[in-house]
Design a protein around this ligand. Structure first.
Ligand SMILES: [Zn+2]
Length: 572
């Protein structure tokens, strides 16, 4: 038994996530967590909402709510949807927790003590009407380069020129529209990532088993241009973790908070502490996952994320951990994903384009989405969601192959032998060959799951389902029954055991359907199979079962057309 710590990139608080977000981190992390548990490992699977920063403040203002109340509400919404998608987090935390506050302040204090924080005086735009400093992207004005009148303080969207807010002609606040702005001096903290560049570089070099997508992004940030840059870790905002040096005040930093990218990854640790708190456990319970001096030396830590999050997780967060000088656990493996596109364009939260998690569950159960998303995961390149592909995949894989197999075997048994596993007959060469084939496929499936090759694992699992169907088709118990009911009974006995076998193997992908099938088979043993022949005799003669309800319904052409139409526009 191994101990495996799994974290999914934490979704931002402002709104419900779309399917592209889901397949880029939470869903494959859940697949892996479920698989690791099924193999008998001790797993800690942590996710959370990322709650700080200006976008949360603005979304709360738009909703007419105090930001803390808004975040609490959205956390509950995201938590409920995660639950309904079968995401099996051990804890779904909040980056605004007291635990994260204390840990973020602790790390900043450690970094300061080790000379890795620099105080920098900067000039920043202050809005009198809004009573606050404005982040660059919340200042609008006319682009000095192309004359576009809605250029932002960090970049002109029209001509893509990178800008400073002071470059804008007639600048105004994007929050209130006020032009009563003033440039003021203000002090900020910078994490001296450049001082850790060689250490980070050597660490990345040691990760020879990481996906190229992950290491190439890290290397680019380490070496392109002037190399790894120091990063600001504070902001002039009200909402966030107050800047402190450990538990001490930080002179000159009153009224400032840590920038969201600094505190968000620390929430992986804090979320584990929140898990301990929620379960009435002491600090030792979570520290044994995170402190190599307190039991975490044998933990394997795996992170899941979309490619846009790779720089933070390969460089910035490790810089925080390494720079602390304390024995905190560093990540062992980073699984990153490309993007899922939607019907010829991008999924977009800001534009409401694509299918969002709540909408998906309104039209079909989670397992339909889980299967399609995972079997089409954007691993080696971007992947595209189309309604045609979704319909074909659900109908072929889930309805025709898996669902149909379970239905045929159980219904045939009921009509000829009753609702209990029939005795009689014996396995012949066809059954021996099937067991050998399934053994080979199962070991390949395990290999892909261990390697987190999500698409390959899905293809292998489908192959395992297909092998049973082909066997059943060739063995033709409905024909054999007419002349030799005992021989047909042996075929059906194997078939019923295959239904249980499939439910066990498929659970990481489609947990609800798997649980339904296990319940229908009245299977008490859902252990991961080591020996296939043994697993296929788990349900003995006379073991009673129920014919499962329709496991997967087919998507009709008219459903597909309706949904394509319904989701063609923009979510309001
Ligand atoms: Zn421009």
């Amino acid at each position: 038994m191994a101990r495996i710590l799994i974290t999914s990139a934490i979704p931002y608080i402002n709104g419900i996530k779309h399917l592209g977000n889901l397949v880029g981190s939470q869903l494959p992390a859940d697949l892996y967590a479920r698989y690791c548990r099924a193999r008998g490992n001790e797993v800690m699977f942590i996710c959370a909402t990322d709650e700080h920063g200006t976008p949360a403040e603005l979304a709360a203002a738009k909703a007419g709510k105090p930001v803390a109340a808004y975040c609490a509400e959205m956390h509950a919404v995201q938590s409920d949807i995660a639950d309904r998608f079968g995401l099996s987090f051990d804890h779904f935390g909040r980056s605004s927790s007291e635990r994260n506050k204390a840990l973020t302040q602790y790390f900043a204090g450690q970094l300061a003590e080790n000379g890795l924080i620099e105080e920098v005086e900067e000039s920043q735009v202050y809005s009198h009407a809004d009573g606050r400093f404005l982040p660059d992207r919340y200042i609008e004005g006319t682009c000095p380069n192309c004359g576009y009148d809605k250029a932002r303080g960090d970049q002109c969207e029209n001509c893509t020129k990178q800008l400073d807010p002071t470059d804008l002609i007639e600048p105004r606040s994007a929050i209130s529209g006020s032009t009563d702005l003033e440039v003021r001096a203000t002090k900020h903290l910078y994490l001296r990532q450049s001082a850790l560049k060689d250490q980070l570089d050597a660490w990345i070099d040691s990760k020879t088993d990481w996906p190229v997508l992950t290491t190439s992004i890290a290397k680019k940030w380490l070496h392109d241009g002037d190399g790894l840059q120091d990063r600001g870790i504070t902001r002039d905002l009200d909402w966030g973790v107050p800047v402190k040096k450990g538990t001490e005040d930080w002179p000159g930093m009153e009224g400032k908070v840590f920038y969201v990218w600094f505190d968000a990854p620390i929430e992986y640790i804090a979320g584990t502490a929140e898990w301990a708190d929620a379960n009435g456990l002491d600090d030792a319970a979570w520290e044994r996952w995170w402190r190599t001096d307190k039991g975490a030396e044998d933990v394997r830590y795996v992170q899941f994320m979309g490619k846009d999050n790779v720089p933070f997780h390969t460089l910035s967060f490790p810089a925080t951990i390494m720079g602390s000088g304390a024995p905190w656990k560093l990540v062992d493996y980073i699984k990153s994903f490309n993007y899922l596109t939607y019907d010829g364009g991008q999924f977009s939260t800001s534009q409401g384009r694509g299918v969002f998690m709540d909408q998906a569950l309104e039209i079909l159960p989670a397992d339909y989405w889980r299967w399609w998303l995972l079997s089409h995961a954007p691993e080696n390149s971007d992947a595209e969601f189309t309604w045609e592909n979704f319909q074909a995949s659900v109908n072929k894989d889930l309805a025709d192959v898996l669902g149909n197999f379970a239905s045929r075997v159980t219904k045939f048994c009921r009509s000829k032998y009753g609702e209990a596993v029939p005795g009689g007959g014996a396995y012949g060469p066809a059954e021996v060959a099937l067991i050998a084939d399934l053994t080979e496929k199962l070991r390949a499936y395990e290999g892909h799951m261990d390697a987190m090759d999500v698409r390959k694992a899905a293809a292998e699992l489908r192959g395992i389902w297909v092998a049973g169907n082909e066997y059943l088709q060739a063995a033709a118990p409905w024909t054999v029954f007419k002349t030799d009911p005992d021989a047909a009974a042996a075929i059906i006995r194997l078939g019923l055991n295959l239904v249980r076998f499939y439910a066990v193997l498929s659970a990481p992908f489609i947990p609800t359907a798997s649980a339904d099938l296990l319940r229908a088979m009245r299977a008490e043993d859902a252990q991961w199979p080591e020996d296939v022949a043994e697993a296929l005799s788990a349900l003995p003669p006379e073991h009673a079962f129920d014919v499962p309800e329709v496991t997967f319904a087919k998507i009709t052409d008219s459903d597909r057309e309706d949904w394509a139409e319904r989701f063609s526009g923009i979510r309001s």
